[in-house]
Structures are given as structure tokens and as C-alpha cells.
Design a binder for this molecule. Structure first.
Ligand code: GN1
Ligand code: MG
Length: 364
């Protein structure tokens, strides 16, 4: 029996293991699509959680259990009227846990695969972007009455500008892979904007924006669509924890209103698409408009610049560090991703006035 088959056999699944194929495009965990026989038995998504990054897997799983239970309860309320929206079920092991800790020290968990569902790495049109906005809006709406403090902070200071700059500057100083000289332009680009990028942290420190239950990885490819291209679920809840809504909005724009892929090498293809931006924002605000605070609303456009900067800074830091954090497919991949983010940010700077007008013009 293969290792994966052996792992799968310890979960409570329908049918018999047929195959395991690498699945999705995550940069951290290992993900497989598990098919089963007979053909009408369910299929599953199996993941090996990267426990070098996620140091406390039981708490991570406990966050997901709490949030998915809450989502399910809220969806059951008649007034929710969201019957197309799915909460992806985690599968229990035969001993009733939501994860498996194997003898090698690896952590595994399984989800239902929603038949016919798909995700996109690049946004193809405004309808998809608007749908993604609605999906993350529904996630925020349904969790807006949850106590954020009841969740564990799985990755402390995940989107904290101070910590990310400190890590970046530390690597620039020590230059562990001898790459600093080759990225002087990118380092200067990041430093030039460092001060401005403290805006959301300041709002938080001054108590002007509320701590909420947030997703923290609102990439476009974390939205599942059905065959009619309706967004039916948000996935990848590993980083669900207390956070600021602006981080989720901004990170979604980074990928959901970008004309290129996250690692597009041809920078002329990378820019903020204002039509996609408007579509995402209107889908999102259609759902969240009545509970968003004024300060949150006023900083939505800025949050897109912030998250694009932050993720670019993280890719650049990892490049300087010798590619130890994100999975890479070729040498220089992290640097290419950083350059793509920084190019996208420049186009947001160019169009920032219009982005703000677009937000203001969406009636909520
Ligand atoms: C990582 O593995 P994936 O693609 O779900 C990262 C996110 C980044 C993203 C960039 C735990 O997410 O924070 O935004 O890559 N996740 C973690 O594509 O660091
Ligand atoms: Mg993720």
C-alpha cells in the first residue's frame, strides 16, 4: 500500500481509494485530489500541513472547526437565503479527529471535494471577480457575529507591517544567500514605501478598526466556482484567525483584479484592472455594506496597495533568504513574484485616485 493510500485509509471516507494526484497551486502545503471507487463515491482533497510553518496544528484545526460550525449554523437560518453557498466539510479520522498525526511526524487532513467545482489562478472576467467579492463578503458577513478572540492566532503578526519589515531588514543585513547585491533596486523600492505602509497598523493600534474573524489568504484561487461560474465556497481556512477586514479585501484585489498571474514574468501584462476592481468591490460591498465601518470603507482602496506591497516584500525576503519559505518551481521564482507584485503596486499608485473614486461611487 502506498503511503498516501495508507494515510487515506485512516480517514472515514466513502468508497475505496483509487488514486492520488497533486492538486491546486498552494505554496505551503502538499495537496492531493483523492479519487475513489466506485465512480459515484465521493472524491476528496487530502493535505499534508506544512508544520514547519504551522507550528500548532491542533489549534489551527480547532479554528477551522469553530469557524465552519459557525458558518453552517448561520447558513441554516432561513433568513440567510444563501442556499448555493457551501461550507466544505472536513473528514474525520476513524478515531474521530479532524487531523491525522502520522508516525513520521506529518500532519494530514481531508476535505470533501465538491463535484464539478473549480478555481482559477487568473481572473478571466468581471463576473468572476464580482462573484469572488460576494464569496468573501459572505464569509465576513456570516462570521461578523463571532468573537474573534475565541480563535487562536495561528501565525502571529501574519500581516503586521512592523514584523515583516523587521524580518526583511534582518535578511538584508545578514545576506544569508549572497543575493542582496543583485536586488538593490527592489530593496530601494520597498524602503521608499515602508513608512506609508504603516497606515492600517496605525488604525488598528488606535482602535479605529475592529478586530474580526478574517480569512487571511483571500487569493482568487481560494474561491470555488461551480459549472455556471457562480462562487460557491471559499477554501483554505488554515489562516483563519483574528485580523483586520482590510487585509482580506486588499489581498483579494492583489489577485482578483490583476490582469496577470501572481508570477507573470512579462511585466507589461501586469496591472490593476479597474473594471475587475470595481466588479470585486461591488460584489463584496453588496454583502458587507451594512456592517463595514466608515474607517474600513475609507481604506479599502489603500488596502489593495498595502497587501500587494506586503506579499511582494515577503517574496523578496524569501528570495534574499535563499527560498526557504514559499515553494518555488525554478531558480529566481520568488524574485519574479516580488517583481510582479511591485509592478502591480506601481500601477495601483498610478490609478489610486480612480480606485478611491470607484469605492466612493459604489452605493452601500
Ligand atoms: C501562501 O500556500 P498558499 O498559496 O495558500 C501564503 C500566503 C500568501 C500566498 C501568496 C501560510 O498561500 O500568505 O499570500 O502564498 N500562506 C502562508 O501566493 O504563508
Ligand atoms: Mg493558503
Amino acid at each position: 500500500m502506498s503511503n498516501l493510500q495508507n494515510i487515506v485509509s485512516q480517514f472515514n471516507i466513502e468508497g475505496r481509494f483509487k488514486s492520488a494526484l497533486p492538486f491546486g497551486s498552494g505554496h505551503i502545503n502538499d495537496t492531493y485530489l483523492i479519487t475513489t471507487s466506485p465512480d459515484d463515491a465521493r472524491d476528496y482533497v487530502l493535505q499534508r500541513i506544512n508544520h514547519a510553518i504551522f507550528r500548532n496544528v491542533p489549534e489551527l484545526i480547532s479554528n477551522i472547526v469553530k469557524v465552519t460550525r459557525h458558518l453552517k449554523q448561520r447558513l441554516l437560518c432561513k433568513d440567510a437565503d444563501l442556499d448555493w453557498f457551501h461550507v466544505i466539510a472536513m473528514i474525520q479520522t476513524r478515531s474521530g479527529e479532524y487531523f491525522l498525526h502520522d508516525p513520521l511526524g506529518n500532519y494530514w487532513r481531508m476535505y470533501d471535494f465538491v463535484p464539478g467545482s473549480r478555481s482559477y489562478d487568473v481572473v478571466e472576467n468581471r463576473e468572476l471577480s464580482c462573484e469572488a467579492g460576494r464569496a468573501f463578503g459572505i464569509f465576513h458577513h456570516l462570521t461578523s457575529d463571532m468573537n474573534a478572540g475565541s480563535l487562536f492566532e495561528t501565525l502571529p503578526d501574519f500581516h503586521h507591517i512592523g514584523s515583516r519589515l523587521e524580518a526583511f531588514r534582518g535578511k538584508v543585513r545578514t545576506d544569508p544567500a549572497g543575493r542582496v547585491a543583485g536586488v538593490a533596486g527592489e530593496i530601494a523600492f520597498a524602503e521608499l514605501r515602508a513608512e506609508e505602509m504603516h497606515a492600517i497598523l496605525r488604525l488598528a493600534q488606535q482602535g479605529r478598526i475592529p478586530l474580526r474573524v478574517t480569512h487571511n489568504d483571500t487569493k482568487f484561487n481560494n474561491v470555488l466556482f461551480n459549472t455556471d461560474n457562480r462562487a460557491i465556497a471559499v477554501v483554505d481556512l488554515d489562516t483563519v484567525m483574528p485580523g483586520y477586514l482590510l487585509y482580506d479585501f486588499g489581498d483579494a484585489i492583489r489577485t482578483g483584479a490583476n490582469t496577470g498571474a501572481e508570477d507573470e514574468a512579462d511585466l507589461s501584462k501586469v496591472q490593476i484592472d479597474l473594471g475587475l476592481f470595481e466588479a470585486y468591490a461591488s460584489g463584496y460591498l453588496e454583502i458587507t455594506g451594512d456592517f463595514l465601518t466608515r474607517e474600513e470603507f475609507d481604506h479599502l482602496a489603500f488596502s489593495a496597495k498595502y497587501m500587494t506591497y506586503l506579499i511582494g516584500l515577503r517574496f523578496l525576503t524569501d528570495h534574499i533568504d535563499g527560498d526557504r519559505y514559499f515553494k518555488t518551481a525554478f531558480p529566481g521564482h520568488n524574485l519574479q513574484r516580488a517583481r510582479t507584485q511591485f509592478r502591480l503596486l506601481e500601477t495601483m499608485e498610478r490609478d489610486f485616485g480612480t480606485m478611491q473614486e470607484i469605492i466612493r461611487s459604489i452605493r452601500i
